[in-house]
Design a protein around this ligand. Sequence first.
Ligand SMILES: [Fe+2]
Length: 270
Amino acid sequence: MEKIIETKIHIGLEKPVKILHITDVHLVDYAEEDIPEKKEHLIRRRAVFEKEAGFPPHTQNEYFSEAFEIAERENALTVLTGDVTDIAAIGTRREFHRIADGHDFMYCPGSHEFADFCRTPGPDHAEIYKRNYDSFRESFPNLKVTFDSRTVGGLNVITIDNSEDYFTAEIYDKLRAEADRGLPMILFMHDPIGDWNLLRIRPINENMRRSPEEFLTSDSVLGFIGRCPLIKATFAGHWHGESEAVAPCGQKYYVTPGLFKGICRMITID
Ligand SMILES: [Fe+2]
């Protein structure tokens, strides 16, 4: 690993809890069975990530394997916040399985997991998203893609899907139910809560098939995250760079750089 960001949060736990946050691995491997267009796309994307990462000494695949080893050695819970695969392809998913199977981790998806080539919503966005989402669920039946929670040492660790740049009503209900349990919570998601895509309250183009009500629900979730005293911090990826700030809703967010750069974050909560 080129860098492990150390983050310490004090909330008064009896014993420290360690979490290794990994995000934006962007696996770009193709399989012979993938269509030629996807192969060509993935070859181009490999070059894009090498350049964006500054030509690091290892591949994202190697950093991904190493991250699991670090988490296990440090007795840390591994949390992945999406864009593990750069696109939905046979090769990228096969590599996700090859590296991650047999390891214990929590997961939420990113904006790339269910895309054929890129994430820009076009007229057929909903159809492509659904097809890739369904095949992902089939390929990874053990991952709780929409919402997951796990209690570790008195801390409630939660993963949330906001990969389509909004929070659904289902997320709102589940988050409030978790808050009713009364434990301190740390949230993990793909889009940082300070991201402009999450902050908007209306569709930006005609291809965005979300109603004004759905955007308002998403905004209510942000308001809840800002108000709920049990939520101690939120962690995300998506931006590929390191960031730490307070979102307009009032809640703290940390952004971890892409693992393809050889960077991850070790969080210690005590
Ligand atoms: Fe990404």
